[in-house]
Design a protein. Structure first.
Ligand code: SAM
Length: 224
């Protein structure tokens, strides 16, 4: 899967995606992260990419033309247009289901805003979807793009090894996942539930299912 990221801070993205499972996915060729620096398409030799808002008010607005030119540089001669996702607090809130939708695409373009955001006309012209990572305001879209790429990448076949399978995980079947334990069998007087040491797979599966239901009821009843 190819993620093209239009950003003013490519080093933030490149740094974040070079580690752990995402980094491994990139090195194994399952994932490509192609950062395009919007400043390379600045409107003048001073590197200007933002300007004061028409109508007045605080902050600066990212100008349409550098963002558009960065987009065109990615599009090249592509025959099919990949979805263009603007990371925005005004978008639909990212869920596991939306991550699955995105993971089904071979390529996406992620647009990261900064300052007060981007000129509205760029949204009208190129953006096909707006995604928020929650009801709070970040200073820029980069942390949101990193969250999205992390959550989507682990759904791309081949990125997770068998050992890190996502099949049982929280939200995959509409429930939060059951609790996990590892050695030692006792820690500060707290014992690992007996059933997990029994070796009886049927009973372990039943216990995990019950735990998943109980904790979803307790922590996130809205999911049921
Ligand atoms: N003025 C905008 C508003 O009130 O809707 C907020 C702009 S915010 C300071 C700057 C950039 O951060 C946005 O253009 C967007 O790309 C990103 N951003 C902020 N909050 C976000 C969120 N919750 N999810 C995704 N992106 C976000």
């Amino acid at each position: 899967m190819i993620f093209n990221v239009l950003t003013l801070f490519p080093e933030m993205i490149n740094q974040a995606v070079s580690h752990s499972i995402l980094g491994r996915g990139i090195r194994s060729g399952h994932i490509t992260v192609n950062c395009v620096n919007i400043r390379d398409f600045a409107v003048n030799k001073h590197g200007q990419v933002d300007d004061a808002p028409y109508g007045g008010g605080a902050g600066m607005v990212m100008m349409a033309s550098p963002v558009f030119d960065a987009y065109v540089s990615v599009m090249g001669n592509k025959e099919t247009k990949p979805p263009v996702i603007y990371l925005s607090p005004q978008g639909r809130v990212l869920t596991q289901k939306i991550c699955e939708e995105i993971a089904a695409q071979p390529e996406v373009i992620l647009l990261c805003g900064h300052y007060e955001g981007v000129d509205e006309r760029i949204i009208e012209e190129i953006v096909t979807d707006e995604i928020s990572i929650g009801d709070y305001v970040l200073t820029g879209g980069e942390p949101a793009a990193i969250v999205l790429m992390d959550a989507v990448s682990r759904l791309v076949p081949g990125v997770l090894g068998k050992a890190d399978s996502h099949q049982d995980e929280s939200f995959s079947d509409g429930l939060l996942e059951y609790p996990h334990y590892t050695r030692p069998p006792e820690f500060r007087g707290r014992k690992v539930p007996e059933v997990l040491l029994s070796g009886h797979h049927g009973q372990i599966d039943a216990w995990r299912r019950e735990q998943a239901l109980d904790r979803t009821k307790a922590k996130r009843p809205d999911l049921l």
